[in-house]
Ligand binder design. Sequence first.
Ligand code: SF4
Length: 503
Amino acid sequence: MSLTAGPERHAYRDFAGRKVDMCRPAAATAGRFDDSPREECGIFAIYAPERDVARLTYFALFALQHRGQESAGIAVSENSEIVVYKDMGLVSQVFNERILKSLTGQSAIGHVRYSTTGATGWNNAQPVIKGRNQSAVALAHNGNLVNTAELRERLLDCGHTFDSTSDTEVIAGLLAQSAEGDVKDALREVIPQLRGAFSAVVLTDKEVIGFRDPYGIRPLVLGDMEGRYVLASETAALDIIGARAIREIEPGEMCWIDESGYRIEQVAGRKRESLCVFEFIYFGRPDSIMKGQTLYDARVRMGRRLAEESPVEADLVIPVPDTGKPGAVGFAEKSGIHFGDGLIKNKYIGRTFIEPADELRRLGIRMKLNPLTSNIEGRRIVAVDDSIVRGNTTQRLVAMLFEAGAAEVHLRICSPPIVFPCFYGIDMADQDELIAFHQSVEDVGREVGATSLAYLSLDGLREATGVEDCFCTACFSGSYPCVVPENLRLAKLRFEQNADATR
Ligand code: SF4
C-alpha cells in the first residue's frame, strides 16, 4: 500500500492496487442545541458516464442536507478505480470546485451523515470502501442494524479488521468477505443476514446498486434522468438534478443500474411495510413525495386534524420554525385563528464547528430562534410543533414566548407522545430521557410551562398521512416491526409492559 499525505488530504492504494483518496479528519464536531429527533443519513447513487456524476451527486446531497449535517462524502468509479472523498461538515464545507473537478467517473454514490451507531468522527464518515476479489466496492447506508455486534464479531473471528465503529463498515465487510464473484450475488447472500433498518447504495466498477430492508423502514426512490438512472433517499434530491421519480424501491428489493438501464429483484422476504412515520412528520423535506403524498400536504392535514381533536380559543397560531410550519398552517385553517410568525429563525446557524462556552450554550436556543415581540405581546398564542422528545427545548421556547409578553401559550404537537426509543437509526434518547415517558400529558404541559398542551392522536396521525397503514410507529406504541435483540432493548428501554419488541 502506498501512502501520500498532504496538509489537507491523503491518498493511498488499497491492497488491490486501487487509489483511495481521502481528506484529513477535521477538528471538532457540531454543538447540539435542539431537542428534535435526529435524522440519520441521506444517500444518493448515479450511473451516467456522459455526465459530471460527482457534481450531480454534490447537488443531490445538497438537497438531502437536512438528513445529516455531521459529514458528507462522494465516491466515484472511473474504469477500474474507485475514489472516495469525505470529511466532517456540511456538503458545501466539504466540497469545492477543485475537489469536484478531481472526482471524475462514470458513476458515483454520495452520503450525508448524522451518527447513531458509531461515534461522531471522520472514521465513521461515508461512503466506506473495501477491497473484494481484486476489485473494490464503496457503500453508503441510511438506517441502523440491530445485529451489528453479532455480525461484527463474526467478521472479527474470520480475521476481518475495521477502520470504524459503524454498522455500515460491517455491511461492507460482509460484502468484502463473500466468496461470490459478482457483487449482486454477494448482496443476495448478505442482505438476508442483516436485521434492522437499512437503505443503502453500493458502487462498483461496473454499476451502482441500491437495496432496502424487508420492512422498508428507511426510504429509497428510483429516478430517471434522461435515460440514465439514479437512486436517492428522497424525491427532493431528484428534483434538484432534473430527474423524474419512477417508483420507490419496495421493501426487500435490490435495484442495480448499469449501461443497459436498471433492473429490480426481490432479494429478501418482504415483511409488513413499516416506513418510519417520522419521515412524514418531520424528517423528509416538505417538498418530497413519499407513498404518493407530498409531505407538506400531509403535515397540513396533521395540523387540521389536531385543531379538530384539540381546539382552543386563541388569537394567533404560530409555527415553531421550520418544521412546525405546515402543521400550523393546517391548524390555523381549520380553527379559523389567524396565522402569523412569532419566532424568527436564524437561517444561517447550521451546525456550528465552534463549541460555545457553557454560558453561551445556555443561550443556544436564542442563537437559533428569537421571538417576534410585536406579534406575541398580550396575545393568546397557539404554538405548533412536530414533536417533543426530551422537552428541554420546548421548555425554553415556552419561557421565551412568555418573556416576550404572551398572555397564554397553548402547545399543539403534530404527533403523539414519544414514549419508546428508536432502535432503527433515529436518535431520540433513552426511554427515561423522554419527557412523556411515565407522565401524563397534563404533567408534561406543566413541566414545559405551557398554558395547555395537546398531541395529535395516533389514529389522527395515520389518517392525516393519507396512506393505508404502512408505517413504523414504535416510538409511540412500543410495537417494533423487527426483532430487537435483548441487549439493545435492555440498554434503552426502562419499561416494557406495552412493548412488543419481538413481533
Ligand atoms: S421507532 Fe419511531 S423513529 Fe424509529 S423507525 Fe419507528 S417510527 Fe421511526
